[in-house]
Design a protein around this ligand. Structure first.
Ligand code: MG
Length: 389
């Protein structure tokens, strides 16, 4: 039987690569729901090719264009902020690939868990913002989460067949991003164009900036904490510039297992779609002789202070990571527009953290309120920075 897939964020980097895997394996997968934020023309093109039951555009002003294009093909359309959450609960969805950017992934993921649908989780912000809450929901659901993030897929693959009580440590690898070898003063002057030149991975703009600040790695440590139920002090990050080892697990007997391969997101995507099974025609093979050398470095928290936010968020708990995520989304957007400097991203996050009230045990409504207020405060901070430039 073909698995029915809802691709949320279908026009983004992970979304298009997910559709690539689906198109290569039509006997296994069918895209029944496609959802995009604002790239309506690309969404129309995808719907013409994949013939989903439903196509969703988040921006309501673009809905007429989508509907007019797809109605003749008998494809339903929807719009608005809650359309994804509604769509993933349908009988025509077995698994939701959550590949939207940022906070927007939280609501449809919660809806999918409540409806007992499996999730291929590409939106790490969901677990960053509400990991503890999501885990509570999962306990009462048949829904399973398969990680798409390459590091977490690697850990998942390393854990296969192993007893959890023999795991000593998760070692999350980091490429180090485009500024790995840059001096502090050069980083302070870095532009969006510099930050978007990632050495190993071709990704969307938001995650590329997050990987330049290394907040992406901080988020991945938080994601690993909730995904694998590991205590924070047993999750570490190591810089591995070649991006061939996608992460590792260390065991009680001293063994370290690593998952390796070319840096190609289609591998973790296919592994998640296949519910932790492998199939062919996925990614290019890795030529180890071409790679030659694998190296490891300690992450530098002086030049990349965002990395320290993982431990801070995990120790403080509550709505802390939700605040960090919201402030970061505002700061990254401002940096991409050239409105603030690179180091202002960290400043925006810390000043927003200082200003926000702490909520110890947030429920969904608290996350919504925290996200809204933190974004407002961060936007004000960014505007003040902007005026003082
Ligand atoms: Mg990753």
């Amino acid at each position: 039987m073909t698995k029915q897939i809802a691709v949320l964020g279908s026009t983004g980097s992970i979304g298009t690569q997910t559709l690539d895997i689906i198109s290569r394996h039509p006997d296994r997968y069918r895209a029944t729901v496609l959802a995009a934020g604002s790239r309506v023309e690309q969404l129309i093109e995808q719907a013409r090719e994949f013939r989903p039951d439903l196509a969703i555009i988040a921006r309501e002003d673009l809905h007429a264009q989508l509907r007019d294009a797809l109605a003749p093909l008998g494809i339903d359309t929807a719009c608005g902020p809650h359309a994804m959450a509604q769509a993933v609960t349908g009988a025509n969805v077995d698994m939701a690939v959550t590949a939207t950017v940022g906070y927007s992934g939280l609501e449809p993921t919660i809806a999918a868990i409540r409806a007992g649908k499996d999730i291929a989780l590409a939106n790490k912000e969901t677990l960053v913002v509400g990991g503890e809450y999501i885990n509570r929901l999962l306990k009462g659901s048949t829904s399973r989460i398969y990680p798409v993030d390459s590091e977490h897929s690697a850990v998942y693959q390393c854990l296969a067949g192993e007893r959890r009580d023999t795991v000593r440590r998760l070692i999350i690898t980091a490429s180090g991003g485009p500024f790995r070898t840059w001096s502090r003063s050069a980083i302070a002057r870095a532009t969006a164009a510099d930050a978007l030149r990632h050495p190993n991975w071709h990704m969307g703009a938001k995650i590329t900036i997050d990987s330049a600040t290394m907040l992406n790695k901080a988020f991945e440590l938080i994601e690993a904490r909730w995904l694998f139920g590991m205590e924070p002090d047993r999750i570490s990050a190591v810089v591995h510039p070649q991006s061939v080892i996608h992460s590792m697990v260390e065991f009680a007997d001293g063994a370290i297992k690593a998952q390796m391969g070319t840096p190609d997101m289609r591998l973790p995507i296919a592994y998640a779609l296949g519910e932790a099974t492998r199939h062919g025609d996925v990614s290019d093979f890795c030529d180890l002789l071409q790679v030659g050398t694998l190296t490891f470095e300690e992450p530098d928290t002086e030049r990349f202070p965002c990395l320290t936010l993982a431990r801070y968020a995990l120790e403080r708990g509550g709505n802390t990571a939700c605040v960090i995520n919201a402030a970061n989304e505002i700061a990254v957007a401002a940096f991409l527009e050239g409105r603030i400097g690179f180091n202002d991203i960290y400043r925006t996050i810390t000043s927003t953290l200082e200003a926000m009230p702490f909520v110890a045990a947030p429920d969904y409504a608290d996350y919504v309120a925290t996200n809204t207020e933190a974004r407002e405060r961060a936007a004000r901070f960014v505007n003040n920075l902007n005026h003082s430039l």
